[in-house]
Design a protein around this ligand. Structure first.
Ligand SMILES: Cc1cc2nc3c(=O)[nH]c(=O)nc-3n(C[C@H](O)[C@H](O)[C@H](O)COP(=O)(O)O)c2cc1C
Length: 241
């Protein structure tokens, strides 16, 4: 079984293009893999708290030494990291706001990228002391922009601080650069026929991407067979390993 973590960050609920794309992706996926699980988090409806001094102090206190106030400061982060740990596929529906990610999505990254949980820090590694602890996840970024030309080589490529920022952060949530899939609707503010074309192209690409990635997942029957086989050959002591 595959677990999808479905995040949305648009402040718009009714007319959001990024929510439309992320919903279309997840629904298409579920149509092909009914038994897969979806964990849903609406970052606009339920915004992550901003990092505070108490939060930082709690993070850098060893877990066994944290008092009740420190545990409370980390509660939102703990819950969000638990969701992330379970996820095989992360789907992010997000607008571009002021050429970057919405603050609610940035706050989510600040809450989940945490020392000892999603990365380790060791000065013995010299100039690169930070190392991710999670691996093997896939990320699907479904976004919407009012302007256009944000792809590499485009008119506003240098102003795109959304996709490069996501790509820089995602190793720390277990996603390698080659495991990021991005589809964007552009021209929203122009409302012309270029926008209509961008919408229909994105719709088609999201549909095809969901089908393709869903088909790449291990088959449920194969997973069950593998579980049965490994439990029948596992040594008696394996449960303690
Ligand atoms: C606060 C705010 C900032 C925005 N900043 C940008 C921007 O920097 N570049 C851009 O192309 N569009 C910008 N837009 C337009 C949105 O990206 C566009 O409306 C998009 O469709 C929003 O996503 P949604 O439809 O999922 O809500 C901005 C919109 C808002 C509300």
């Amino acid at each position: 079984m595959t677990t999808i973590l479905h995040l949305d960050a648009s402040a718009r609920v009714t007319r959001s293009l990024s929510r439309h794309l992320s919903q279309r992706f997840v629904e298409t996926w579920r149509a092909h893999r009914r038994d897969d699980r979806v964990i849903r988090r609406d970052l606009a409806a339920d915004p992550p708290p901003h990092v505070s001094e108490a939060w930082i102090a709690a993070c850098f206190t060893p877990p066994q030494q944290r008092d009740a106030a420190m545990r409370a400061a980390l509660a939102w982060s703990d819950a969000a990291i638990a969701e992330l740990e379970q996820a095989d596929v992360i789907v992010i529906g997000t607008p571009m706001y002021n050429y970057g990610m919405p603050s609610a999505l940035k706050a989510w990254f600040d809450q989940v990228i945490r020392v000892g949980r999603t990365f380790s820090f060791d000065l013995a590694r010299g100039d690169r002391p930070i190392e991710p602890l999670m691996r093997g996840k896939m990320l699907v970024v479904l976004s919407a922009r009012g302007e256009f030309g944000f792809a590499p080589g485009g008119l506003r490529a240098a102003q795109n601080h959304l996709d490069p920022h996501l790509a820089t952060c995602t190793p720390y949530i277990g996603v390698a650069e080659e495991a990021i899939h991005t589809v964007a609707i552009e021209f929203q503010e122009f409302g012309d026929e270029r926008h209509a074309r961008s919408r229909s192209d994105a719709d088609a690409r999201v549909l095809a991407l969901a089908v393709e990635l869903a088909r790449l997942q291990p088959d449920v029957a194969t997973e069950l067979q593998a579980a049965v086989t490994s439990s029948s050959v596992a040594p008696a002591s394996s449960a303690a390993v």
